[in-house]
Design a binder for this molecule. Structure first.
Ligand code: AP5
Ligand code: MG
Length: 214
């Protein structure tokens, strides 16, 4: 089963993708995570991506499309995948459709997580992640059960994203409105779009997604 999760920065794409990964044994493919891995590796692509991400802009379509096309051929995608943060422009959505057709694959569900963009600044600036296992948290909305200890792996070191500051978040939200929001209409026009209320509690959003999938 292959899914696309759409929604602005902070909508909960990553949070929900991790839960669906566990529930359905499918793989989260986050283009943001892939670019952050390039930044950490010190690659040439990483150096370019770092600048773009810290400004809150979007990486070039051709780079992202090639990255995803290669990634979905990996063995771990055989049960299916959850696209998180891709596609993000109409050309990316068109390239995805062509790429999947060429590979004899298709998307089962396209789900937009609908949120109030204004509420996303608080979500993003409070986000932190376990450095060891990548589990995601929020200072107020999803704290660790024991202060300073990861619920999942017991790790005690956490990271915050370089682009998770109020100024960059505003730019990311603008990029979403200008370049990504049009793909909602792209999928709606094809009759493929489903929506969930992303302002609900995290568990409620997960339940809504499972209802669509099941
Ligand atoms: P990316 O990593 O994709 O970031 P994003 O789209 O800005 O989305 P976020 O990861 O910020 O939000 P999320 O929806 O995953 O929210 P989360 O679940 O963490 O991209 C980063 C950058 O990479 C882009 O700006 C761009 O430069 C580049 N890039 C990536 N893909 C690209 C592409 N395809 N093309 C071009 N460039 C690309 O939740 C956020 C917080 O809220 C968490 O702390 C969580 O605990 C909390 N939370 C989640 N749900 C709820 C809820 N229901 N209630 C309360 N709190 C909640
Ligand atoms: Mg994310």
């Amino acid at each position: 089963m292959n899914l696309i999760l759409l929604g602005p920065p902070g909508a909960g794409k990553g949070t929900q993708a991790k839960r669906l990964e566990d529930a359905y044994k499918i793989i989260q493919l986050s283009t943001g995570d892939m670019l952050r891995a390039e930044v950490s590796s010190g690659s040439e692509l990483g150096a370019k991506a770092k600048e773009i991400m810290e400004a809150g802009g979007l990486a070039p379509d051709d780079v992202i499309i090639a990255m995803i096309s290669g990634r979905i051929d990996h063995d771990d995608c055989v049960n299916g995948f959850i696209l998180d943060g891709f596609p993000r422009t109409v050309p990316q959505a068109e390239a995805l459709a062509e790429m999947l057709a060429n590979k004899g694959m298709s998307i089962d569900h396209v789900v937009a997580i609908e949120v109030d963009p204004e509420a996303m600044v608080a979500r993003i600036t409070g986000r932190f992640t376990c450095s060891e296992c990548g589990a995601g948290y929020h200072d107020d909305f999803q704290p660790t059960k024991v202060d300073g200890v990861c619920d999942t792996c017991g790790g005690t070191t956490f990271t915050r994203r370089a682009d998770d500051n109020a100024e960059t978040v505003r730019n990311r939200l603008s990029a979403y409105e200008e370049q990504t929001a049009p793909i909602i209409a792209f999928y709606r026009d094809k009759g493929a779009l489903k929506t969930v209320d992303g302002m609900a509690d995290i568990d409620v959003v997960t339940a809504s997604l499972k209802e669509i999938i099941d």
